[in-house]
Ligand binder design. Structure first.
Ligand code: NDP
Length: 271
């Protein structure tokens, strides 16, 4: 039996069980279990230990536990070390090993969509956990990152984590006045059904690539609608990132990489 789970609070919205069961089907893995576990905010470590004691093989972690998962890991992959957050755990020889697949999941999707190149100037809107996970991967790929956030102090704190890299900077949202090759909305505004207040001075034209790491059941997210209204011809939501980050978790646990394209298609049509 293979037993996996995603731990979060809230957790009902998670598509991870659906995605991982489709991956398991591709490889005809029998007795594959993947469940959603709601965890009280002060019970994360207890739940993780309990899961592995009960012969669990791997855990995905979502809001708000990615930093706690980083802190309780005994060993970390390079990606997890750089982002200081963990979204995937496994236990090997008694060691809890943490990885972060969000950044590589996004990069893979952007590559598949032909929306990224080395040396791209990228604006990241948002300074939460997701931004923190994706920044080191984009920097390692060779891109130049500018961060902006509604709450400037949070953007400053995020910047401080990566400031030793000369290719990252921070901008006050009122001062954005130049073109970016790619704009990534890494805020939770669309997930929370809130308006995303975008800087007036942000320049978007038809060649600006626009990516929203959020996704919704049907239609475009408000951010993508806004980018389209500014004539951008390259628009994508975060479904491909979601499936790719799951695929890298699956690889981390099982040593095999699934076909993501069919799963993205299925997720778009069924969820
Ligand atoms: P956090 O709560 O850590 O951060 C949220 C960020 O969004 C903050 O920077 C916050 O700004 C900003 N924000 C929220 N509402 C607004 C608004 N109305 N206008 C402007 N900024 C706003 O969340 P995460 O970083 O963990 O996640 C962000 C989103 O990314 C979530 O919706 C999540 O579902 C999605 N996600 C998608 C993944 C995928 O695979 N596609 C993977 C991981 C996350 P402030 O600091 O001012 O509050």
């Amino acid at each position: 039996m293979k037993k996996f789970a995603v731990l979060g609070n809230p957790i009902n919205h998670s598509k991870s069980p659906f995605i991982h069961k489709l991956f398991a089907k591709q490889f005809k893995i029998k007795n594959f279990y993947y469940e959603k576990i709601f965890v009280d905010v002060d019970k994360f470590e207890i739940k993780v230990n309990e899961f592995f004691l009960n012969y669990g093989n791997g855990i995905n972690i979502t809001l708000p536990f990615k930093t706690q998962a980083f802190n309780i890991s005994n060993k970390l992959t390079e990606r997890a070390k750089l982002s200081k957050t963990v979204n995937t755990l496994k236990k090997e020889n008694g060691f809890l090993i943490g990885d972060n697949t969000d950044g590589i999941g996004l990069l893979e999707d952007l590559k598949n969509l032909n929306m990224i190149n080395k040396n791209y100037k990228i604006l990241i809107i948002g300074a939460g956990g997701a931004a923190q996970s994706i920044i080191p991967v984009l920097l390692s790929f060779g891109c130049f990152i500018t961060i902006t956030n509604r709450t400037l102090l949070r953007a400053i704190n995020l910047y401080k984590i990566f400031e030793s890299n000369k290719n990252i900077k921070i901008l006050d949202s009122n001062k954005i006045d130049y073109n970016f090759d790619l704009i990534i909305n890494a805020t939770s505004a669309s997930t929370n059904k809130e308006n995303l207040i975008l800087p007036e001075s942000l320049l978007i034209n038809k060649s600006t690539k626009c990516y929203d790491i959020c996704y919704q059941k049907s239609g475009m997210t408000p951010f993508l609608k806004w980018c389209k209204s500014k004539d951008s011809m390259f628009l994508s939501d975060g479904i491909g990132m979601l499936v790719n980050q799951a695929a890298y978790s699956f690889l981390f646990w099982n040593g095999i990489f699934p076909d993501v394209k069919i799963v993205i298609k299925k997720l778009k049509s069924e969820c």
